[in-house]
Design a protein around this ligand. Structure first.
Ligand code: ATP
Ligand code: MG
Length: 439
């Protein structure tokens, strides 16, 4: 009976979703730490929003005719009848939270950052998952182009500091007024070439014309290269805004490429849009993230008109790139020790010692269920600790403990009362030595 049941369980993760195993965690930690560090240093506060939101939030903001909402959302009706979706992105949630918590009463702009999983029913392939991770920075409540430049700068420096080779591609897609004029011109252009469009673009033509510029089909790409550019159709205000963004970027010495095809896949963007491109083999570009101004988003969901700008970065792609470039991830300075014990009484003592040492700030590894010393020393070796403390029957009666240098194998007997000071002394001198060696 039991056998039959276990046959029915598929022991594999859901398609497009995967485990991030311990071996990969140091790279992930590096990115997560960098994001937290940038948040702190640039005055952005962390926000976490729920993974589930009402489906309408995304329909209204990301847009019904976008790929994300029309094809990629995990949506369902709860037993209570609520229509919910796993978040495909987080900006809409942050905007919802801004309104819900009356953040408009705080000094503006409110600067927030997030980091968490997103869900899109994408076609799984390299760099494309159904659960993937993003971090993002948002500045809500200010329309000044200097904020756009600051956010572009943060997205740029963060990836540069990780060691990636990147380019910033910028564009402006105007505001709802000048864009609606441009869209007429663009639609006219594409209608003239309708027969050459891919099936998806034929369908998009009346629903989301801007997205035709972004299609990856070869024929559509060629048409996009010849298409009228929005930059020639911006109103004075949008044009001035864009020019100032570029001036600030020049001032910050951030190189950028003007790219009229950066229109982004979501409806809520206005004015400045940008993508962070990673330069791959043979100069092939891949987007690691993107951002833009979204002055209409807050009012779209019922808030009073509130200008804002932000970006989101795909962590999975950043990690893949780090691995490809073999970017070295330094392990944090290890304050690890291992405790080996022999016999029940020694084990009891060792259990207490783990607590004592851990409370003083040491990282203490052990395998308390193991009995033999050889086994335990092997495990200590695998862990890569510098020192192992060994306690047995004899040490208990003498109130001593053995300290073993794992590199040289030399063991010394020390007074158990002095154990903390002894370890600290040795780890400190070990660190001082390795710092000297690095120099
Ligand atoms: P693409 O054109 O590659 O589908 P997108 O326009 O849908 O990208 P955005 O919504 O701009 O992506 O999300 C920002 C970043 O999030 C992307 O540049 C990418 O790094 C990451 N991202 C988006 N979708 C996925 C996914 N399915 N798997 C992994 N990362 C993703
Ligand atoms: Mg996509």
């Amino acid at each position: 009976m039991a056998k039959k049941q276990s046959k029915q369980i598929k022991v594999q993760s859901v398609k497009g979703m995967r485990d991030i195993l311990p071996g990969e965690q140091p790279s992930w930690d590096l990115v997560r730490d960098k994001v937290k560090n940038f948040g702190q240093n640039y005055g952005f506060e962390r926000i976490d929003t729920p993974i589930l939101e009402f489906t309408n939030l995304f329909k209204r903001t990301v847009g019904e005719n976008t790929d994300i909402v029309s094809k990629e959302m995990y949506s369902f009706v709860t037993l209570g009848g609520d229509k919910l979706s796993l978040r495909p992105e987080t900006t809409a949630s942050v905007a919802r939270s801004y309104i819900e918590h009356g953040m408009l009463n705080l000094p503006q702009p409110v600067k927030l950052y997030y980091l968490g999983p997103q869900f899109r029913h994408d076609k799984p392939q390299a760099g494309r998952y159904r659960q993937f991770w993003q971090f993002g920075f948002e500045a809500i409540g200010d329309s000044d182009p200097v904020i756009d430049a600051e956010l572009i700068s943060i997205s740029y420096h963060l990836l540069k500091e990780i060691g990636l080779d990147i380019e910033i591609h910028v564009n402006s897609i105007g505001d709802s007024e000048c864009r609606s004029h441009y869209l007429k011109v663009l639609k006219q252009y594409y209608q003239g070439h309708r027969k050459d469009l891919c099936a998806d673009c034929k369908d998009r033509l009346n629903k989301n014309t801007l997205r035709l510029l972004d299609c990856k089909n070869k024929k559509c790409e060629n048409l996009a290269a010849e298409a009228p550019q929005i930059i020639d159709h911006l109103c004075d205000e949008c044009k001035n805004h864009f020019m100032l963004v570029l001036e600030y970027l020049d001032e910050l010495d951030i190189k950028y490429t003007l790219n009229p095809k950066i229109v982004r896949g979501l409806d809520y963007y206005t004015k400045t849009t940008w993508e962070i491109m990673e330069i791959g083999q043979e100069g092939k570009l891949q987007a690691l993230g993107g951002g833009g101004r979204y002055d209409d988003l807050i009012s779209l969901i019922g808030g009073r008109p509130t200008p804002a700008v932000g970006f989101a970065m795909g962590i999975d792609r950043v990690i893949a790139k780090m691995q490809e470039l073999k970017i070295k991830v330094d392990k944090p300075n290890s304050r690890d020790i291992y405790i080996a014990q022999l016999g029940i009484e020694a084990r009891k003592k060792a259990l207490n010692l783990v607590e004592e040492l851990r409370a003083t700030g040491f990282q203490v590894a052990s395998n308390m269920s193991k009995k033999g010393l050889k086994d335990q020393l092997e495990l200590a070796n695998k862990k890569g600790v510098k020192y192992t403390l060994i306690i047995g029957q004899k040490e208990i009666s003498d109130s001593t403990i053995l300290i073993r240098d794992m590199e040289s194998g030399v063991q010394e007997i020390i007074d158990i009362k002095k154990v903390k000071n002894e370890i600290r002394k040795r780890l400190d001198s070990y660190e001082a030595k390795s710092i000297k060696l690095k120099k």
